[in-house]
Design a protein around this ligand. Sequence first.
Ligand SMILES: [Zn+2]
Length: 299
Amino acid sequence: MIIGRFAPSPTGILHLGNLRTALASWLSAKSKGGRWVIRMEDVDGPRCQREFGEQQLRDLAELGLESDEPVIWQSDRSGAYREALTNLHELNRLYPCHCTRKDLQMLASAPHEEDGLRPYPNRCRHRPWEGLEAALRLHLPEGGVDWLDSALGRQSDDPAALTGDPLLFRRDGLYAYHLAVVVDDGAQGIMEIVRGMDLRSITATQIRLQEALSLPRPAYHHLGLVTAPDGSRLGKRAGAPGLEALHQRGIGTEEIIGWLGWSLGCMEKPEPSTAENLVTRFRWDHSPADFFRIPNTWA
Ligand SMILES: [Zn+2]
């Protein structure tokens, strides 16, 4: 049986783009008779707030999207992340890193033009082990990673060249996002990951981490993003309405679900619907991967 998931970070309200991803992941699992779970990715302590998470769960419930298992909060899972680090150390895949941001800036390799990112140059790889308290990086193997994305087709990325060895643990005690995601997907038996196109670029690194931990590789589906009416990216600030803002404009829950369902290819035109009514109409092969603009009157 398929297990899918929706894993928001409780750093604000869920906007229409987040809700579309949530509905798509739920429909994908339910249309195959599967289960669906919600996981709160609050590993990045300072930016996350419990109250935002609680509100997100209420908003999802309003759409009819409820977790089939108790919701996991990553802030409760440090024991599992620590165990994974221990395993990786025993496999000789971790090393301590003492580089500061300033050190890395001074190693002036040209930044990638588009995103300003430059890869970590793996300069601490040969440092001796110091225990689980230091900042820790994963030693990546050379070469590219291929995967099949059900929306985008065959994909290939070389995380060693793009980002260098990823940080899995910070000296201040925070576990890295990649580690938490991969460990939890493994522990929860997640077989299908549906998420926004903005997270496509981290897939190869996460696959490398799954391989290192001998975890199965889930199926991936990266969804086109919802944009503002003018086509600009939907930020968490302006022009990214959540349910409450939409209700204030007089737009009801079923109207919102209908629009989301239409944008996922479940209907010819947007009509009010429940999530349940969309299950039998949902097919990935109908669902366009490109961008969707929210209606003018909704922004
Ligand atoms: Zn370093």
